[in-house]
Design a protein around this ligand. Structure first.
Ligand SMILES: C[S@@+](CC[C@H](N)C(=O)[O-])C[C@H]1O[C@@H](n2cnc3c(N)ncnc32)[C@H](O)[C@@H]1O
Length: 282
């Protein structure tokens, strides 16, 4: 992974997909997030990037907005129950803190990511006037070589109080060992905590109609130096969570996301089967 002071490619792409959803998909929007686009400030030609093709990438775009929406909803629900710590592992250009100030300002939010991209984000937040308020802490970590837990605690996370910990779009880029470490560590969160993570299916479990596109995405990711290296079936990821010590763990399928967030649409937009979600509780 690059560590220069610039947005990380994979984080930039998903931020652009969230903005594209607002620009090209009819109402109702699953998520309204154009702040990532504002932070990234790409060249005016960004919509011409091959990965921004609205038709070809529709289902991936739907997955990206659905996972962010589901996490927004989870954090809102847990905040209402009194949980006041939210940790984003591999936060990238996530904009919850800026989009949902009414919830964010009542919580302590910890965005964990690589040093360079995080410095870039800090600079952009300040340049655009969002700033880095007291309730938002940026925690620089390399998951492959450092303990995100130790770093979080050093930056003020209280491990004795419950938290929501979300890891969206990260597991496929990390080794199985790094993912297993993250699961084991997250299972040590205080009772009442919730862990939400996306995972990528092995190609053969992806819907047949999506397999060529997914194989192409993998080829492009490898060529860009961000190869997908870890894949899980729903059963494997649920077992990993339970074996790691979580009290309960369940899979949120693409079909469930479709039913929950996309039913009744007339444009046919629905999430990809390639990436799915696990939720686990402590
Ligand atoms: C696809 S982006 C997802 C960003 C964000 N979660 C979202 O959904 O918009 C993956 C993120 O994981 C971070 N990441 C990847 N490998 C990492 C590592 N070894 N240590 C820390 N962060 C890492 C990248 O910097 C990037 O921000």
């Amino acid at each position: 992974m690059l560590n220069t002071v610039a947005p990380e490619d994979t984080a930039l792409r998903v931020a652009l997909w969230r903005a594209l959803h607002v620009e090209v998909d009819p109402l109702p929007h699953v998520l309204e997030d154009v702040i990532g686009l504002e932070l990234a400030a790409p060249a005016d030609t960004w919509r011409q990037r091959p990965d921004m093709n609205p038709e070809v990438m529709a289902r991936i775009r739907a997955t990206i907005v659905a996972r962010a929406r589901l996490t927004d909803d989870l954090v809102r629900e847990q905040a209402e129950l009194g949980v006041d710590q939210y940790v984003l592992l591999g936060a990238g250009i996530d904009t919850f803190a800026q989009r949902r100030p009414e919830i964010a300002s009542r919580m302590r939010i910890f965005e964990v990511d690589q040093t360079g991209p995080q410095e870039w984000k800090r600079r952009r937040l300040i340049e655009l006037g969002y700033g880095v308020p007291e309730h938002l802490t940026l925690v620089p970590v390399d998951f492959e070589t450092q303990s995100w837990w130790d770093r979080l605690v050093a930056y003020g996370f209280d491990p004795t109080r419950p938290a929501v910990v979300a890891s969206l779009g990260v597991t496929m880029y990390l080794t199985a060992e790094a993912n297993a470490d993250t699961f084991r560590q997250a299972a040590e969160l205080a009772p009442g905590s919730t862990f939400a993570t996306t995972f990528t299916l092995p190609l053969k479990l992806v819907e047949e109609v999506e397999q060529p596109g997914r194989a192409n995405t993998e080829r492009m990711a490898r060529a860009a130096g961000n190869a997908f290296i870890s894949f899980y079936s729903p059963d494997e990821i649920v077992s990993l969570a339970l074996d790691s010590g979580f009290a309960a763990a369940w899979h949120v399928s693409a079909d469930e996301l479709a039913e929950h967030y996309f039913s009744g649409r007339t444009d046919g937009l629905c999430p990809s089967s390639s990436e799915q979600i696990l939720i686990a509780t402590v």
